[in-house]
Design a protein around this ligand. Structure first.
Ligand code: NAD
Length: 311
């Protein structure tokens, strides 16, 4: 299994580390328009690999080096600075994706390759990548709200004093400020959230739920304030997605892929079955009327943002 990573900044390096540590790949190639940075990352990661798995990690100086890749991960582009939203990156990163995707497609096997998109604003970048690559929608997969869902589970885990792995909780819609917390479908082990709260005598009033929503949506802003960028969480999310693709696991992940939502062809996150062929099916979870209205609004925001760059 050969993986190419395009863009080897904070995120690309963390993705490479997490991908290497899955033990599922034999070769990782790194490309960045800053060749010095890519070569340095390949050196450092190669040293780390000598303590774990036998993975060949090299920096390539042009796109011919990605030939033979089974999966290409796009983590290039501008990141949010303090005070910036993901949507503020729209114009800059549109140019980045327009630069990268034709060069990727000229060097991969279009019949088999899958592209994982990480660059923000995520959902619009997935739509643009799918359009430029002409790949089937299921093979252009954005990490979507995988990270947001992990953040929600982590916060709930502390609040409910239960392992985050025992919580089924999903964030839907845009990977951005309009994301929707799907309270209606949350379950802890085999029981509903409300039942769990009753049995454990933990109260989760409206105000606490509002705080949990705020902290989930604003987690990236807080991390950026303290660390300048976010990378470890997204690295682990990409590795989880990769495991499901390579192992044909059929995991349910909130990835973003192009589909018809509310009569619009857009990319946004829903719980999807992910396997060897990519996104196999998007599922519709139980939603309250309020959640459904918020999700429709989120879909419209993605649609509107895409219209800005589709001209
Ligand atoms: P960074 O500035 O550290 O690295 C970006 C890298 O992209 C740089 O090394 C740069 O040289 C390279 N690059 C830029 N344009 C390029 C091009 N045309 N061709 C090749 N390489 C190019 O940024 P980062 O913190 O690594 O973030 C990268 C992207 O990931 C951002 O858009 C950020 O918002 C996004 N991100 C997404 C998630 C998510 O959940 N999807 C999480 C964190 C960050």
């Amino acid at each position: 299994m050969k993986i190419a990573i395009i863009g080897v900044g904070s995120v690309g390096s963390a993705v490479a580390t997490a991908v290497k540590n899955t033990g599922f790949v034999h070769e990782i190639v790194l490309f960045d328009r800053d060749g010095v940075r890519a070569r340095a990352a390949a050196e450092d990661l190669g040293h780390a690999a000598s303590f774990t798995f036998d993975v060949k990690i090299t920096a390539v100086s042009n796109y011919r080096g990605i030939r033979g890749s089974d999966i290409v991960i796009i983590s290039a582009g501008a990141n949010q600075k303090i005070g910036e939203t993901r949507t503020d990156l729209l114009n800059k990163n549109t140019e980045v994706i327009k630069d990268i995707i034709p060069k990727v497609m000229a060097n991969v096997d279009a019949k088999n390759v899958k592209i994982i998109v990480v660059t923000n604003p995520l959902d619009v970048m997935v739509m643009l990548t799918q359009k430029l690559s002409k790949l089937p929608a299921g093979r252009v997969i954005g990490t979507g709200t995988m990270l947001d869902s992990a953040r929600l589970r982590t916060i709930l885990s502390r609040q409910l004093d239960v392992a985050s792995q025992s919580i089924n909780a999903y964030v839907l819609g845009e990977h951005g400020d309009s994301s929707v917390i799907n309270w209606q479908s949350i379950s802890i082990g085999a029981i509903s959230l409300d039942d769990y709260c009753k049995q454990t005598k933990i109260s989760l009033p409206k105000t606490t739920r509002a705080t949990i929503e705020h902290r989930t949506r604003n987690a990236a802003y807080e991390i950026i304030k303290g660390r300048g960028a976010t990378w470890d969480g997204i690295g682990a999310a990409v590795a989880e997605l990769l495991r499901s693709l390579i192992n044909d696991s059929h995991k349910i992940l909130t990835v973003s892929s192009v589909n018809r939502f509310y009569n619009m062809m857009i990319a946004m996150s829903m719980p999807c079955i992910v396997g060897k062929s990519g996104v196999i099916q998007c599922l519709k979870p139980n939603m309250s009327a309020g959640e459904n209205a918020l999700l429709r609004k989120s879909a419209k925001i993605i649609y509107k943002n895409y219209q800005q760059i589709a001209k």
